[in-house]
Design a protein around this ligand. Structure first.
Ligand code: RB5
Length: 153
């Protein structure tokens, strides 16, 4: 069964999001397109929440968000518990966002990336596994901060 990947954008990310929905299908995933569905101006936190809630609840393991720069989406998504949203600007940041940070949402800039770049970045992120080890300790430290316990170690 194809892996379900929720994806959403605001108006500034709409065109790239449409491209990435098609690309996810090409790659064999089942994208869940949570909007927006046109170029009309919308507020990115609303759409960040649609994907972030699914990741936060554990219903989905990975998600994609697109806005003009990817920055607003990452800031908003990271307010949800257990979300580690990473703005990926190139293939290296996409790789390291998975290997080191175990990011579960990738955010991309519709106004900063060409379609080909965005596809390559997304593919790299989807194909790369978390390395664990010392990186797992650091991710756990982030969870401790999130839980309001401060740093234990
Ligand atoms: C919308 O104009 C723009 O602010 C938004 O897409 C995003 O880039 C915010 O970070």
């Amino acid at each position: 069964m194809a892996k379900k990947i929720p994806i959403a954008s605001d108006h500034a990310g709409y065109e790239l999001k449409e491209e990435l929905v098609r690309y996810l299908k090409e790659l064999g995933y089942e994208p869940e397109d949570l909007g927006t569905h046109g170029a009309e101006s919308v507020d990115y936190p609303d759409y960040a929440g649609k994907v972030a809630r699914l990741i936060s609840s554990g219903e989905r393991k990975q998600g994609v968000l697109v806005c003009g720069t990817g920055i607003g989406m990452s800031i908003a998504a990271n307010k949800y518990p257990r979300v580690r949203a990473a703005l990926a600007t190139d293939e290296l940041t996409a790789t390291l966002a998975r290997e080191h940070n175990d990011s579960n949402i990738i955010t991309l800039g519709g106004r900063t990336l060409k379609v080909e770049q965005a596809r390559a970045i997304l593919k790299k992120w989807l194909e790369t596994d978390f390395l664990g080890g010392r990186h797992a300790r650091r991710v756990e430290q982030i969870s401790e901060i999130e839980a309001g316990e401060g740093r234990k170690s």
